[in-house]
Design a protein around this ligand. Sequence first.
Ligand code: SF4
Length: 767
Amino acid sequence: MNDTVTISVRHLVEYVFLSGSIDARLNAIDTMHEGTRAHQRVQRTYGEQDLKEVYVKADIAVDDLLFAVDGRCDGLLGTEPLLTVDEIKSTGGDLEQITGDGYPVHWAQALFYAYMYAKEHGQAAMRVQLTYVQTETEEERRFVREASFTELEQYVHEIALRYAPYAQQRRKHEQARNESIRGLAFPFETYRAGQRKLAGAVYKSIEEGVRLFAKAPTGIGKTISTTFPAIKAMGAGMLQRFYYLTARTTTRAAAEDALLFMREKGLNLHAVTITAKEKICFQEEVRCEKEHCPYADGYYDRINGAVLDILEHETVMTRPVIEAYARKHLVCPFEFSLDLAYAADAVVCDYNYIFDPRISFKRQYAEMKKRTALLVDEAHNLVDRAREMFSAELTKAPFLAMQRKLKGLHGEGYRTAKAINDYFIALRKQSDGAPHLTLRQLPEELVALAEAFASAAEQALAAGNSGSGGGLLLDTYFAAQNFIRTSKLFDDRYVVYIELSKNDVRLKLYCLDPSLLLRQMGKGYRSHVYFSATLSPVSYYMDMLGAGEDDYTLAVPSPFSKEQLDVVIKSLSTRYHDRDESKLPIAKLIIELMDKRPGNYFAFFPSYAYMNAVYETYMELKEWSVPAGTASDAEVLLQRPDMSEEERDRFLETFQGGSGKSLLGFAVMGGVFSEGVDLAGDRLIGVIVVGVGLPQLGVERNMLKDYFNGQGKSGYDYAYVFPGMNKVLQAGGRLIRSETDRGTLVLIDDRYLQGHYQRLLPEEWRG
Ligand code: SF4
């Protein structure tokens, strides 16, 4: 019996006909017009007997494979004497530049549709038409061919044959993978407390195709407890792939470690990690154009060979593995990792590859999504991250700069940049000196101006006509595109926020409630598992992350005993107006604490300003009150906002146990040291949390508060208290990391004695 390969026409032909180079300029322009109004405009000109969006499918046997191919052709025209398959392609470029009679990949797609229709309906021959549309001028150019059924059949067979080596490799791998999963036992001797519960709930959620919101504390092995059941679900045929989504690199490394560990136990799984383009780029400057980067030049000519090679020889494809193969095949490591993601069983990456409409994977078809699960680690971070993804802003300064740069070089570019700059000048006049304005209506005029600018920028970029301002033009073009795209999402969950200063004007389409858009972006996936040690209160996170009524929740208790942790609440006001007065008592308290029990401590603050102020007071006090060379004479580290990755690593490496000396790290809540940091045993024996973590009072936060108040919810909690307390829980969560850890947690703020805040503390911190 043949093995069946289910694949869409587009996927198949794109694989076979890939060629050429990466070009950030053209990519931006090409992808913009996918399935746009231009298609609909052409389709509206069809006659009564013509059909649009016609679904076609066919089975094609090649060697031992059976390709089950399907797709949707743009038009089926009832032309005489032959029916015509019409394939529409839109472009912002010049139609005269289309060489020959259209592009091979477009012909391949149209010929496939023609074959499938002819086969299903017994047609002896078909007409095949490519319709190219210029999006601005609405100009059209058509190319037509005729082919007999035999010719079509021969053609599609040849194309499928070219895909076969990849499909065969995939089949072979899937068999080996499933066999290895069948033999894979839980990779530890025993389940830790809570681990079986979480793993079982993840499996059940995947089985039933629902979302799971799991509060799973530190120490239960969340990564294994979510990946293992997902892998088992894959072995049972429920999943083809899962994404392990994270907000930071450290948690990505934990996922890789779990997969590597299971590989040692016999698992054969293709897993790929996606590293941000700026980090993994081989070049000094990220400039993805063939003239500037050899890894971009001819990328698509070499990529299929590179993918086959790495999949043949590797399983867990971490950053160094990808880099090695990228160098070997001279392909861009970032684009390579994206291409590999389409072929992998597991993808470890940032949230935005799924949820951000600007960069999410575009070639994921409905069938594939139905067999994919999303495992969202540290899901509490997704609320604010989603707000960023769905918001967009424009500022005046780059348009003024473009206006100056393009003057005399590109008339349309100059005019449209000037129009936006003038719009901002007018806004400033209207504001009458107010530092900010808010609107509930979409600024349609600015959207139209941004569209005109984007179109002119495309022409200037395509013609290389931007003088020395090419980089800025591309950035401004992306900002305009993002703004246009976001304007299409604008509804009553958004507000327009305008900030006016002497030097600039900023207009932001600010997404207040991301829940609906998160739902839309996550639509079609079989299951979502949102988990975090601090998904609390869970009702808030379910609301913000777009939960439905049938979704599950799970709260796994801490595996550690209460005796491991001493919690001290110090009733002191850390409110903004009391901060000056609080510095000295806090500094004294830290010294006393370290005097009683020398060792390594972290003190977390709600802001850099507050942290620096207490740091200075502490240093002065320490100088005259702590004898030098004693165990409580701590080495002191101070977090800075601009620390490099190496500096951060060095900061954390200083936290070593067993030295007999003391160490104190001053850091901010919500920063790199207060989440995802694992300092077990004596590496950390105490944490001091100053304040209740509330975000700074500000216009944007107040907008959130007002919006949620208007929704009948507690706006202050949604905007301030819940996000703030989450940071507290994360910071305090650094302390007890294993069954043998012991530590002291000091919470400094009088609000910790109030019932409302007490209820937000974990069970083991109360009382
Ligand atoms: S290596 Fe860097 S510059 Fe070259 S294509 Fe990749 S990301 Fe762009």
